[in-house]
Design a protein around this ligand. Structure first.
Ligand code: UTP
Length: 291
């Protein structure tokens, strides 16, 4: 079994839910407290043992490349002023093997994955979407890699969501629970079903472990929902020739792809951050008393 060493982070979407902020700035650079969302994602990949990361980016995404590049002027300044903690934070993310590919037109998540085909080659790999931050004792990407060691097949992360929200997600039709600890064989995958048509409330969240055969399926996939090449459709076809499994995530998931989720996550992370937690708690109590 080949090891899982590579990750794709698709970041070429238009980010329309965050306009006007995303007119010139990548959505993935918006911060949760003081850290761009993409840095949390990259840290999860590294903590899971991933060695090489490719970011699929689009227009106005230079800031992502700059963020993971060294910045000698800033580093010297921090060193001279003896701000060594900050220097460590800044330098930590410049030693990662990061690569960047351009998706020239945002034709969908499936198309973004396909642009990284040559980078991945003939190996299993993971996909991490920046719209979801995950927290658990073992990082979710690592959980998927451990599942791959058991099954040798593609495995997606799913989460039970409220029934009236299933139309925002890809949803699985589970065939059978393979293990009591939440591993499912899957009959089919449905992109954004209406609640009355949804085969379950198990929604695909932004972490996938895929075998390289997915690229052959993506090449055959026609535009689906929203006129975009949907990764879910390609996974559904892959499931006809190889098993695709779903791993139920039991940790905390922060949906930062919507305005309200983004604000809630900033508050929750701010309530844990050593520099902001006390003042923020006091402020929230004061504010709540006025509401
Ligand atoms: P979303 O559906 O969240 O779209 O894409 P979006 O453009 O990022 O955001 P909104 O909905 O307009 O606000 C899911 C993931 O797929 C990537 C996005 O960057 C995001 O990580 N994506 C989507 C691409 O890389 N290319 C595409 O053509 C579409």
């Amino acid at each position: 079994m080949k090891p899982v060493r590579k990750a794709i982070i698709p970041a070429a979407g238009l980010g329309t839910r965050f306009l006007p902020a995303t007119k010139a700035l990548a959505k993935e650079m918006l911060p949760i407290v003081d850290t761009p969302t993409i840095e949390y994602i990259v840290r999860e990949a590294i903590a899971s043992g991933i060695e090489d990361i490719v970011v699929v980016d689009g227009k106005s995404k230079r800031s992502i490349e700059d963020h993971f590049d060294s910045n000698p002027e800033l580093e010297n300044n921090l060193r001279e002023k003896n701000k060594l903690e900050l220097l460590k934070v800044v330098e930590e993310t410049t030693d990662i093997n990061m690569y960047f590919i351009r998706q020239s037109h945002p034709k969908g998540l499936g198309d973004a994955i396909l642009t990284a085909k040559d980078f991945i080659g003939d190996e299993p790999f993971v996909v991490l979407l920046g719209d979801d931050l995950m927290q658990d004792e073992v990082p979710l990407t690592k959980q998927l890699i451990e599942r791959y060691h058991e099954t040798g097949e593609s495995t997606l992360a799913v989460l039970e969501v409220p029934h009236d929200q299933v139309s925002e997600y890809g949803v699985i039709d589970p065939a059978a629970k393979v293990k009591e600890d939440g591993l499912y064989r899957v009959k089919s995958f449905v992109e954004k079903p209406q609640p009355e048509d949804a085969p379950s409330d198990l929604a695909i969240i932004g972490r996938y472990l895929l075998t390289p055969e997915i690229f052959e399926e993506l090449e055959q996939t026609k535009p689906g929902k929203g006129g975009e090449i949907q990764l879910t459709d390609a996974i559904d076809s892959l499931n006809n020739r190889q098993h695709v499994y779903a791993h139920e995530f039991k940790g905390d998931r922060y949906d930062i792809g919507s305005k309200i989720g983004f604000l809630e996550t900033n508050i929750e992370f701010g309530l844990k951050h050593p520099q902001t937690k006390d003042q923020l708690r006091a402020y929230i109590k004061e504010l709540a008393a006025k509401l």
